[in-house]
Design a protein around this ligand. Sequence first.
Ligand SMILES: Cc1cc2nc3c(=O)[nH]c(=O)nc-3n(C[C@H](O)[C@H](O)[C@H](O)COP(=O)(O)OP(=O)(O)OC[C@H]3O[C@@H](n4cnc5c(N)ncnc54)[C@H](O)[C@@H]3O)c2cc1C
Length: 814
Amino acid sequence: MDRLPSHAQVIVIGGGIVGSSTAYHLAKLGYRDVLLLERHQLTSGSTWHAAGLVGQLRSQAGITELLGNSISLYNRLEEETGIATGWKMNGGLRLACNPARLIEIKRQATTARSFGLEMHVLTPQEAQDLWPLMDVSDVLGAAFLPSDGQANPSDIGRALAKGAKDNGVQIFENVEVKGIRVQKGRVCGVDTANGSIESEIVVNCAGQWSRNVGALAGVNVPLVSMQHQYLITEAIDGVSSDLPTLRDPDRLTYYKEEVGGLVMGGYEPNPIGWAEDGFPENFAFTLLDSNWDHFEQILSLALPRVPALENAGIKTLLNGPESFTPDGNFILGESPEVDGFFVGAGFNAFGIASAGGAGQALAEWIAGGEPPYDLWAVDIRRFGKPHQDIGWVRKRTYEMYGKHYTIAWPNEEHSSGRPFRQSSIYEALKADRACFGEKLGWERPNWFAPAGVEPSDEYSFEAPNWLAHSAAEHQAAREAAALFDQSSFAKFLLRGADSVKALDWICANRIDRPVGSVIYTQLLNKRGGIESDLTVTRIDHDAFYLVTGTGFITHDFHWIDRHLPKGMNANLTDETENWAVLSLMGPNARALLNRLTESPIDNASLPFAHSREIEIAGVHVRIIRITYVGELGFELHIPVAHAMSVYNELHRAGADLGLRNAGYRAIESLRLEKGYRAWGSDLTPDHTPLEAGLGWAVKLNSDIAFIGKESLQNQASSGLKKQLACFTVEDPSITLIGRETLYRNGQRVGWLSSAGFGHTVGCPIGLGYVRDPKGVDRTFLESGTYELEVAGLQVPCRIHLEPLYDPKNQRVKT
Ligand SMILES: Cc1cc2nc3c(=O)[nH]c(=O)nc-3n(C[C@H](O)[C@H](O)[C@H](O)COP(=O)(O)OP(=O)(O)OC[C@H]3O[C@@H](n4cnc5c(N)ncnc54)[C@H](O)[C@@H]3O)c2cc1C
């Protein structure tokens, strides 16, 4: 073996398909000093035994784009490297065998269209013409994606490694990383049995071993190993080499052609984990024992679909371990714990499909210091407290594996590992018949069931069982008062003499305002894209209280902490678990509070976007006058120990004012009517505040520098190519859930980033960006005629550039 160098610019750990792809793309980006270290031999982990199906469609545009990048790479890799990859674009079929599944595939075809992918809905006969061996007697329809395909996983992995080597990457096999060096929160090298190597960047692509490799650096990589089986048959008459891949989700199975026979595997509802007590030594090019008893349930579902399997010779039942994650998505990006330590792992049995695009995204992330496009769904910073508990991770991951092929319902919740975290008024909400949802381990009320109604969701692609009850909560907020438990909000404190200067650099909005001001702002990346959307309350001349969404705690804390200019006196701490938040919203909110406080809270004393500390029912509370529902509203930030008593007092004082508890589903309907945007859907790193219609919250005209300013200035002078607008559909029976394709004058111009039903305006509402490379302005927006594609149907809709509902003049517009 060549001697290991003592230094490398980037070290990639793991020579599976993902590590090889990352090294390949780093080299392509011009990195000349990249080292790939593989414990055994290239592809010897999960890669060599993958089935090799390559599908593309996901429910997030960014991840679909990433998978499309894989396909573009696989299309050219063989020619580029001279290594046969077995890649063929033979298309992918997905069957629907019940009415709900048919709606799901029709909605998926619409989503595909939104993201620019060709996907057709076929009749059972058309599907059978493409896949003659299958019985279609129970099939109602099918979706076909012509650009899906399949590959030989080891060969693709080797081709990527060869491409990396050809571009200067040094690859060392039989070198195990046994330690990661970290100094002052930044990675600085690795230790191996063959010596130590210094490096500024270390990338953990160690597959199912990534959790252990992460732990060497103090980084949490929440994944677990699971057993996954598929059958390989001898040649079967009628199996041609151009047979599309086939997914039969109602029978939990998938198929692909292999040497004239079939590969058939599936996702059983009762999966079996692996290596819970640690990995065996030297586990390389190794399989687990075939478990026929366990596979029986999959086989019995497959046989009626493909009767030829009955008499086919069986080569093997392959059982291979693979890493899975608690939300079914892989894990990408720079770890929040250690600077310079990146992760690309947890590929949930779609690592072959993802590797090309994931390696590219990771390399660009390393080079650019931020995700190259919206990768939130796979971002390592989406995790939080529950993901540090391996018992929780295991339970949720098993549930998600079992749901791999179940229908992905709108507003679906998961049941494992609950309850994990409760707010201090949880029991009271439960007693009031709350139906809870879960976000980052927190139990949060989604809606409240009246007496006689079961507080549980019944999923549907049409009006769900909770809609009328949520509508009543919505109405209370509009006409009287509603109380929302938002204790799960992430809350940070930034304190120090340089806090104003530091925040002015990080925030797009102007920060230096009087104590008591509440500033709504976005945090931007270098491209001007929105990394966070939050409120910043100045609580002292040198202290700010920041409130952001429950799910964004790790991401936003990391973003802010990372971007605080070096050397400034500004210290960020997490206050989330110290404060409960009760949001009192509605026209009667002030009258109610006046019954419980001596402090003046009239408009002059506490104007909109202002905050103070006051006594409510004898408890010291931070009151923030703000709203996300479009009504007079007050967020009460209460020390956790006192939340229950304030809650009781509010209800006692508010009973005759129409106060009732309300949940997150009502918030969604209320905020859509008021046109408030949501981060993660309407606001993402791919959209700027100017495109999102939030230019009013940007200090573009001041001389204060801030991250993203230059990009926004350029955009302001060159004009916008997309703009967010609101759309309504007249027919209240149409269900909008997001991702519906948007057409202007018959041309596809975008899709709905979020959607729901507006109970006050009485119609479905969606927000979405209208795109045009030639430019988008108000005249362009207003001059178009719009339609939405909803589950394959064209539905007329109207565009709105002002809020549909505004309490000031009670304007209701549809
Ligand atoms: C049965 C089965 C079927 C599958 N079918 C498909 C499919 O049809 N389509 C699809 O897209 N995906 C499929 N997959 C998933 C796919 O195989 C994986 O997602 C993919 O191979 C993961 O690649 P990786 O590079 O992350 O991990 P791996 O291939 O496991 O590579 C990780 C490497 O890291 C090395 N390593 C670990 N620790 C260290 C260390 N300390 N130092 C140095 N090196 C280290 C390991 O030796 C290993 O080689 C399937 C998986 C299984 C198990």
